[in-house]
Design a protein around this ligand. Structure first.
Ligand code: F6P
Length: 320
């Protein structure tokens, strides 16, 4: 029986987290469940920083980037003592279930909270990286790729005017989802991602094909095995005497008002997470696969690798 639940955001923030918090709170209230927000992710859970959330606290936040509950990457929660303190605080506050919105580190912690302390907990996908097994899309991904595309379209103007080679680094940690979608959508001449072997001879050939006017857009996913954008630029100079400008898009990818797709996904998964807790689901990740809500064991959500679809890799090669 769920009478009181808590929600928190954890790991890197992502656009749509606020829409998600709003959905959790509003749907829970419809079901006569009280909701508390945990401030600052697992660190706040350890300190017992919980605040009541209602309609008023979640008004006017659906369009906001970041997270009103703040977030952290908690080192203390990685220790048994930290998790014990956190569980104790949840019990003192009579929390019957928890919604944890974040990425793989968040789910690792959530799984341990269930295993060690029997805290009912479900995870939801809050990361721009789209790298979570058990969901087609993560909350924040769509906004992040659109932010990248807008920035790269601007860079393309300058690349065209001056006939320059630009090497642009995007986020994604060990996964190339952002780089691939952004590269295809911006008509990049070359895309380097961790999932494929990066062959700079091919890049050199494509730049040569441009002739005198070398306008070239190269997208590098930050986890690429060849190195980051600066390393690749250095290699291009040393090996082929090609000068390239480097742009690292960085944290502009994480902020900003969420797109409609992210707001809708965040809202749907907020409702689904509350429903899961009401139905006695625990230790599960709540995602969306082929438009349907899907539950995946938390352990799989952080340990199994979500593969970059082959069709998208093929597409990126077919259109250069
Ligand atoms: O997981 C989201 C993400 O933005 C990754 O793409 C990136 O590698 C990392 O977080 C950056 O983390 P931080 O904000 O702690 O520098």
């Amino acid at each position: 029986m769920m009478k009181r639940i808590a929600v928190f955001t954890s790991g890197g923030d992502s656009p749509g987290m606020n829409a998600h918090i709003r959905a959790v709170v509003r749907y829970a209230l419809h079901k006569d469940i009280e909701v508390f927000g945990i401030i600052g992710g697992y660190n706040g859970m350890i300190k017992g920083e919980l605040i009541p959330l209602g309609r008023r606290e979640t008004a006017n936040i659906i369009s906001l980037g970041g997270t009103i509950l703040r977030t952290s990457r908690s080192m203390e929660f990685m220790t048994e003592e930290g998790r014990a303190k956190a569980a104790e605080n949840l019990k003192i506050s009579q929390i019957d279930g928890v919604v944890a919105c974040g990425g793989d580190g968040t789910f690792r912690g959530a799984h341990l909270l269930w295993l060690e302390h029997e805290i009912n907990i479900v995870g939801t996908p809050g990361t721009i990286d789209n790298d979570l097994f058990g969901t087609d899309y993560t909350i924040g991904y769509d906004t992040a790729i659109n932010t990248c595309a807008e920035a790269i379209d601007r860079i393309r103007d300058t690349a065209g005017s001056h006939g320059r080679v630009f090497i642009i680094e995007v986020m994604g940690r060990h996964a190339g989802f952002i780089a691939m979608d952004v590269g295809i959508s911006c008509g990049a001449e070359f895309i380097a991602v961790p999932e494929t072997v990066t062959d700079l001879d091919i890049l050199n050939e494509r730049i040569s094909q441009q002739g005198e006017h070398k306008r070239t857009i190269v997208i590098v996913g930050e986890g690429d095995e060849m190195g980051n954008a600066s390393t690749i630029a250095q290699i291009m100079k040393e090996r082929y005497n090609i000068d390239a400008k480097v742009t690292i898009l960085g944290h502009i990818q994480r902020g900003g008002s969420p797109t409609v797709r992210d707001r809708v996904l965040a809202s749907r998964l907020g409702v689904a997470a509350v429903d899961a807790l009401i139905n006695g689901v625990t230790d599960k990740f709540v995602g969306e696969i082929n438009h349907e809500i899907a539950y995946t064991p938390l352990e799989d959500a952080y340990s199994k690798k979500k593969l970059l679809p082959q069709y998208i890799i093929d597409l990126s090669e077919l259109l250069v």
